[in-house]
Design a protein around this ligand. Structure first.
Ligand SMILES: NC(=O)c1ccc[n+]([C@@H]2O[C@H](COP(=O)([O-])OP(=O)(O)OC[C@H]3O[C@@H](n4cnc5c(N)ncnc54)[C@H](OP(=O)(O)O)[C@@H]3O)[C@@H](O)[C@H]2O)c1
Length: 285
């Protein structure tokens, strides 16, 4: 029996990954959902998945959480405070627990990307490489779900600072299925997968697709990075989030979230979710 653990298993990607593992026929009894709040994991427990509690910011939590685990998916934290430090905590505990393979959800092109988000992923990849643990890098591109089609349709506008940059986004479900494939099949140690959607799109194309499906004109307004950041702040976003989103769009402009890699499609064995499907899912189509 190979015991497979998934961290952040109550998050969107974590839940979808556990489900994808079950769908691939991995017995629930071989799965461990590592969560910081077991109350939120009742649906997982009801399926027979073992739930263990551990917080990325609490190093003392991890020895019991990873005991007996053979393969681990470390899903990057959504809490930005010393994010790389949170990830190092898990990597060190995995090493101590004798985990045989650690898969980490990194960022597309993490080694060369300059957007602010990349730094934590670069630091985590470096820690992983230095740990001596067998690892796999799942360098995830953007989620299609990052874009709020209903809100853009209501406003008749998509705002951004991405210029003509292309985004090879895919659905969370696509990335989850890829992670499940890597965790439940052989031959992935040492690999770096650049994961993105089959077809890229610009934000103008996103706006056009939302308009087409919503039956009204939706235009893309391209702003300079600093103006976009200020606009997001004026909508009530905290400054660090506004900065991160604006910096990411500048990265898109430089091509940092575009890829010609077919790794995602190859791992999941089907075409990735399209822009049209992503927009339809959000507009209830
Ligand atoms: N590629 C992209 O476009 C994209 C977009 C957004 C985020 N991301 C990254 O991908 C990750 C997974 O995405 P997602 O959609 O699943 O995000 P999500 O739904 O926000 O889930 C984040 C998960 O991180 C857990 N978490 C946060 N702080 C933690 C801590 N201190 N200890 C333990 N767990 C902690 C949360 O636990 P709770 O369930 O208890 O809250 C939650 O399960 C995110 O965390 C983020 O790093 C990528």
């Amino acid at each position: 029996m190979t015991k497979i653990a998934v961290t952040a298993a109550t998050g969107h990607l974590g839940q979808l990954t556990v489900q994808a593992l079950l769908d691939r026929g991995v017995p629930a009894g071989d799965l461990v959902a590592v969560v910081r709040d077991p109350q939120k994991a009742q649906a997982l427990a009801a399926q027979g998945v073992e739930v263990r509690r551990a917080d990325y910011t609490q190093p003392g939590d991890w020895a019991q959480a990873l005991a007996g685990v053979d393969r681990l998916l470390l899903i990057s934290s959504s809490s930005m405070e010393d994010r790389a430090g949170q990830h190092r905590t898990v990597i060190e505990a995995a090493k101590a627990a004798g985990v045989e393979l650690l898969a980490y959800t990194s960022l597309l092109g993490a080694d060369t990307a300059q957007m602010s988000l990349a730094a934590d992923h670069q630091a985590t990849e470096t820690a992983l490489k230095g740990s001596g643990l067998p690892y796999v890098l799942l360098r995830n591109g953007w989620y299609l779900e990052n874009y709020n089609a209903a809100q853009s349709l209501g406003a008749g506008a998509v705002l951004g600072a991405a210029g003509e940059g292309r985004i090879n986004a895919a659905s969370r479900r696509d990335y989850a299925e890829a992670a499940a494939a890597v965790l439940s099949t052989e031959g992935h140690a040492g690999k770096t997968y650049e994961l993105g959607g089959d077809q890229g799109f610009t934000l103008a194309e996103l706006a056009a697709e939302i308009g087409r499906q919503g039956g009204k004109d939706v235009a893309y307004h391209d702003l300079p990075e600093d103006e976009y950041e200020k606009t997001l702040e004026s909508f009530g976003l905290p400054t660090p989030v506004a900065q991160m989103l604006a910096s990411s769009d500048s990265g898109v402009k430089r091509g940092e979230l575009a890829t010609g890699s077919s790794d995602l499609r190859d791992l999941i064995g089907r075409p990735t979710t399209t822009l049209a499907q992503g927009v339809a899912a959000q507009l209830g189509g």
